[in-house]
Design a protein around this ligand. Structure first.
Ligand code: F6R
Length: 628
C-alpha cells in the first residue's frame, strides 16, 4: 500500500548518473568525460554501451570508479555512432560488474541505463520469468529492459512504442536511455521523478542527469518533464511525446554554467577550490540583493508574496545534512529578526511525521542539489496541506525549484566536492538576506538596524578573504590532530549549528568520529568523554554569549582536553586558555557563522588529506542523494 502522506506518488529512490550522446564527435570520449562529471552521483560501478556503425552493440562495465571502466576499455573496440553510459550508487544488488549498468535485453538487441527505482520490479520480474526470461543481475533495471524487449517482440512494434508501453506498467521513478543494436542513429529517453536533461548542439544531441556533461558543447538544453519520452535521432530535431504518444512542447532553456566552473583550476581537489572560491561565491550570492550601500535588502519571492510573509503564523524549514545545519541558522535568524516562530525538521523525519500544517504556514525547503528525495517528498506533502512552499537551492532548473511556489537561488556555481562548503555559506547568506527582507516588510527591525547588517554583509567577501589567510596555519595545525580518534565541536547560539557543521565535515571526509554539541549541554553527558585524547574545537566569537562560553572552555581545560578555539580578532580571554586559536574578523553576531565555519572546512580538509583520504569522493557518499 502506498503511503498517503506522500500524496500517493512514487518518489525518486535511487541515485546514479546517466549520460548519452549521438553525433559526429568521439562517442566514447564524450561519454567517459560526462561520467566523470556525474561521478558525484555515485561511484560504485560504471558502464557504457556503444552502438557500432556495423550493427554491433558493445557493452563494457567495471566495478568502482569511472577510471576503472577506462582501464577496462583500453584494448576494446570503441568505435560508435551513438552510446549511453552510467555511474552507479548501489541500491538493488551489491556493487559488482554484473549489477553495473547498462543492462541488456535477453536477445542482446537493446541496452538501457537507468537512474531511479522500479518499485514493482518483483511483480514484473515474476511475470517475465514465467514468459521464459532469464535474469543475469539482481537489479530492478534489468527488469525494465527485458520488459521493453518482451513488448517489442510480442507486439512487433517500434522501440518507441515498446518503451511507452513498458513505462505505463512501471511504478516508481526513472530516468532512462535505451539504444538498439540495429539502429545506431537513435536513442530513446524518458523520465519520471528522476532528473533528465537533453543538450541540443550542432548536429549532435546529448542527454544526462544534469547539464554538466555537455556544458562545453552547447548551452541549449531541454529539461524533460515527468512521463515525457524523447526521441533523439541523428540529423533530426528533437521530438518529445507523452506516454500516450501525444506530441509534447519543447521548451529550450539557455544554461548559465561555464566549463571553467567545472574544473579544478589548479587546486589539487574540488573541495579546496570551492573553499577558496567563497569570497567570489558570496559576492555573487549578495549581488543585486543588498543595495543602496546596505540600506535595502531584496530577496526574490518576498515582495511578490507579501501577504504570505506578513500573515505567516509559523515558518517550518526542512532540509537534510549540511543544508539542515543552514536551516538551524535560519531559525535563529528569522526568529531574531522577524519575530515569527520557526521550526526546523529533517526532511526525512518530517515526511513520515504526520505533520500539522495549513495555509498560514510557510515551509522553506533548502537543498544545494535541488534533487534530494526526502526534501522533495517533504515539499509535496507541505503543498498538499496548503502551505506556501519557498525553496532555496543552488542548481538552476533542478526539481526542487520547479516544485516550490517561490524561492531563490544561492548562485554559488556548481559544487562538485561531495562535502558541501560554498553551498553552506551561500545558504546561510541567503537565509540572512531573506530574514532581513521579511523584517523590512514586517517592520520588526528599524531602518538603522537593517542598514548596519546590510553594510556588514557587503564586507563579507573581503572578510572571508582574510579568513582564508589562515590556510597555512590550519594546515600546520592539522598535523597535530590527524590521528585523534574522536573530536568534540562546541558552540552556543549562532555558533551551535556551526559546531554541528564542523563535526559533519570532519567525519564525512576523514572518517574520524566527531560530535557537535551545544557547549552548555556538555555538562549533561559528553563532558565524561573529555581527556587528553579527545580534542575539542570551540567556536567562540565575540557575541552576547562570549562570557558563557569562556566557562565551557575552562570546563574542558580542567579535564585535560586540548582546545582549538575559533575566536574574534583581539579576543580578550580564550586565547590564554586554548591550546590553539584561529582568529577571524569582527562581524555582527548574525553573520559570524559564515566567517567561523570556514576555518572548520579547512581543518577537516587537511586532516583528511593527512590521512590519505579521497576528500572529493568520500566512501559511501554521493553528492545528490535521490535515495530515500
Ligand atoms: C555534507 C553534504 C550533505 C548534503 C545533504 C543534502 O557535506 O553535502 O549532508 O548537505 O545530502 O543535500 P542537498 O543540499 O543537495 O539537499
Amino acid at each position: 500500500m502506498q503511503d498517503k502522506r506522500n500524496g500517493g506518488k512514487p518518489l525518486p529512490l535511487d541515485m546514479c548518473g546517466i549520460v548519452g550522446y549521438i553525433g559526429d564527435g568521439n562517442v566514447y570520449d564524450v561519454l567517459i568525460k560526462g561520467l566523470h562529471r556525474l561521478e558525484y552521483r555515485g561511484y560504485d560501478s560504471a558502464g557504457i554501451a556503444l552502438v557500432n556503425p556495423s550493427g554491433k552493440l558493445n557493452v563494457y562495465k567495471a566495478r568502482g570508479k569511472v577510471s576503472n571502466l577506462e582501464a577496462f576499455c583500453e584494448d576494446k573496440d570503441l568505435s560508435a555512432k551513438a552510446g549511453i553510459a552510467h555511474t552507479r550508487w548501489a541500491t538493488h544488488g551489491e556493487p559488482s560488474d554484473c549489477n553495473a549498468h547498462p543492462h541488456y535485453s535477453e536477445d542482446g538487441n537493446l541496452a538501457l541505463v537507468h537512474n531511479g527505482t522500479i518499485e514493482n520490479y518483483k511483480v514484473l520480474k515474476d511475470a517475465l520469468t514465467q514468459h521464459g526470461c532469464t535474469f543475469h543481475s539482481e537489479t530492478d533495471t534489468e527488469v525494465l529492459v527485458q520488459l521493453i524487449e518482451y513488448i517489442k517482440v510480442k507486439n512487433n512494434c517500434s522501440l518507441l512504442d515498446a518503451v511507452r508501453e513498458a513505462l505505463k506498467q512501471v511504478v516508481g521513478a526513472y530516468a532512462i536511455a535505451v539504444v538498439e543494436k540495429d539502429n545506431p542513429d537513435r536513442i530513446i529517453a524518458a523520465r519520471k521523478s528522476s532528473p533528465l536533461v537533453i543538450g541540443i548542439g550542432d548536429n549532435e544531441t546529448f542527454l544526462a542527469s544534469d547539464a554538466t556533461p555537455f556544458v562545453e558543447y552547447t548551452n541549449d538544453c531541454v529539461y524533460l518533464k515527468d512521463e515525457e519520452v524523447a526521441i533523439i535521432e541523428r540529423g533530426k530535431p528533437l521530438k518529445l511525446v507523452t506516454l500516450e504518444n501525444k506530441e509534447a512542447k519543447i521548451d529550450v532553456t539557455t544554461l548559465e554554467m561555464s566549463i571553467s566552473q567545472l574544473e579544478k583550476g589548479g587546486y589539487p581537489h574540488f573541495m579546496l577550490k570551492e573553499i577558496f572560491e567563497q569570497p567570489a561565491t558570496l559576492h555573487d550570492c549578495i549581488r543585486g540583493r543588498v543595495v543602496n550601500g546596505g540600506k535595502k535588502v531584496m530577496v526574490s519571492g518576498v515582495s511578490d508574496n507579501k501577504d504570505k510573509f506578513l500573515n505567516a503564523k509559523r515558518i517550518l524549514i526542512v532540509a537534510c545534512g549540511t543544508s539542515w545545519h543552514a536551516a538551524l541558522l535560519g531559525k535563529y535568524l528569522i526568529q531574531d529578526m522577524c519575530r515569527i516562530p520557526v521550526e526546523v525538521e529533517y526532511a526525512s523525519e518530517f515526511r513520515y511525521s504526520n505533520p500539522v500544517l495549513d495555509d498560514r504556514d510557510i515551509v522553506i525547503a533548502i537543498s544545494q542539489s535541488g534533487e534530494t528525495a526526502d526534501t522533495l517528498a517533504a515539499i509535496k506533502i507541505a503543498k498538499k496541506m496548503g502551505a506556501f512552499v519557498y525553496g532555496i537551492s543552488n542548481v538552476v532548473g533542478s526539481s526542487i525549484p520547479r516544485e516550490t511556489d517561490s524561492g531563490t537561488y544561492i548562485h554559488v556555481g556548481p559544487e562538485i566536492g561531495v562535502a558541501s562548503t560554498k553551498a553552506f555559506t551561500g545558504q546561510v547568506m541567503v537565509l540572512t538576506m531573506l530574514a532581513l527582507s521579511i523584517a523590512q516588510l514586517k517592520g520588526t527591525m528599524t531602518k538603522d538596524e537593517i542598514a548596519e547588517i546590510g553594510k556588514a554583509i557587503l564586507k563579507i567577501p573581503k572578510a572571508v578573504e582574510k579568513v582564508l589567510k589562515l590556510n597555512e596555519k590550519i594546515e600546520r595545525l592539522s598535523a597535530i590532530y590527524t590521528y585523534a580518534r574522536n573530536f568534540l565541536y562546541l558552540g552556543r547560539g549562532y555558533s551551535y549549528p556551526v559546531a554541528l557543521e564542523g563535526a559533519l565535515k570532519l567525519k564525512e571526509i576523514s572518517y574520524i568520529h566527531a560530535e557537535g554539541y551545544p557547549a552548555a549541554e556538555m555538562k549533561h553527558g559528553p563532558i565524561a568523554l573529555i581527556d587528553e585524547e579527545m580534542p575539542s574545537v570551540i567556536i567562540a566569537p565575540n557575541d552576547h554569549l562570549y562570557e558563557k562560553i569562556v566557562n565551557n572552555v575552562q570546563q574542558v581545560k580542567a579535564r585535560g582536553g586540548s582546545i582549538i578555539a575559533i575566536v574574534t580578532e583581539g579576543d580578550p580571554v580564550i586565547h590564554n586558555i586554548a591550546d590553539h586559536v584561529l582568529e577571524v574578523p569582527e562581524m555582527p553576531e548574525c553573520l559570524t557563522p559564515i566567517i567561523t565555519s570556514i576555518p572548520l572546512q579547512l581543518l577537516s580538509y587537511y586532516i583528511a588529506i593527512n590521512k590519505g583520504k579521497n576528500v572529493d569522493m568520500p566512501r559511501n557518499l554521493a553528492k545528490s542523494v535521490t535515495v530515500e
